[in-house]
Design a protein around this ligand. Structure first.
Ligand code: GLN
Length: 249
């Protein structure tokens, strides 16, 4: 009997340690796949694809970790991270002081900027400030939302869960303009050539995307930063950039 319990005990330890190592060898990632070309669902394969998806999978390879990616609502990303539903977020997420109070950001991996998307027939909006007296459409709690909030005299802000809903609001004349990340506006216009929209180019200060992790796990972020540096040094970063944005000038 004693020996039997000893065996059970050993097996329990074995199972527990296997479980622990499986956990440690998996990088649980969350994104919000409505942000082409950074993360979106390939309609043909149903897979999550994009610049961020390639980058985080390459980081997983360097770290010798399996990568699982969950597709989550934008405003659920940080709460889910803090509740340990996943280890990191990669979602074209801009490094901001306020977010950095709750999450730990990697070194910047992409430089971006806000733009203003208007209907092609709109003539009285040429800059962010021209949204005074106007209705802006944004994705909720994004840097586009914050930039619109900062426009003196803005009439109102229509907040949506996704970028494409914000774009649709401009198409439908429910809003005068959308404030969104420039590379995403460009990809949207390229993918929807019949949308009667145009954008104003860079319309605010530059911003930088970072991978977000839990503040309690600085070791993981250190390893991710090392992997990022390696991918920049060995040309992988540039290859991924070329895949989604074409050759660099
Ligand atoms: N870069 C913007 C932000 O961080 C938008 C990100 C997104 O919508 N995925 O707020």
């Amino acid at each position: 009997m004693k020996r039997y319990f000893g065996l059970l005990f050993l097996m329990a330890i074995l199972v527990a340690s296997l479980g622990a190592s499986a956990q440690a060898d998996t990088l649980r990632v969350a994104t919000e796949a409505g942000f082409m070309p950074f993360e979106f669902v390939d309609p043909d394969t149903n897979q999550l694809v994009g610049f961020d998806m390639d980058l985080i999978r390459a980081i997983g390879e360097v770290l010798e970790m399996d990568v699982t990616i969950a597709n989550v609502n934008w405003d659920g990303l940080i709460p889910g991270l803090l509740n340990n539903h996943y280890d990191v977020i990669i979602a074209g997420m801009t490094i901001t002081e306020e977010r950095a109070e709750s999450v730990l950001f990697s070194t910047p991996y992409f430089e971006s900027v806000q733009t203003v998307v208007i209907r092609q027939d709109t003539e009285d909006i040429a800059a962010l400030e021209d949204l005074a007296g106007k209705i802006a459409a944004v994705q909720i709690s994004t840097t586009g939302d914050f930039a619109a909030e900062d426009v003196p005299g803005i009439r109102s802000i229509a907040r949506f869960n996704t970028v494409s809903e914000a774009m649709q609001a401009v198409i439908n004349r429910a809003a005068h303009a959308a404030v969104v990340d420039l590379p995403v506006a460009e990809a949207y216009l390229a993918a929807n050539p019949s949308a009667p929209l145009r954008h104003l180019g860079p319309a605010a200060e530059n911003e930088f995307y970072g991978i977000a992790g839990r503040r309690q796990n600085p070791e993981l972020m250190e390893r991710i930063n090392e992997a990022l540096a390696q991918l920049r040094a060995d040309g992988t970063y540039d290859a991924i950039h070329e895949t989604w944005f074409g050759a660099q000038e």
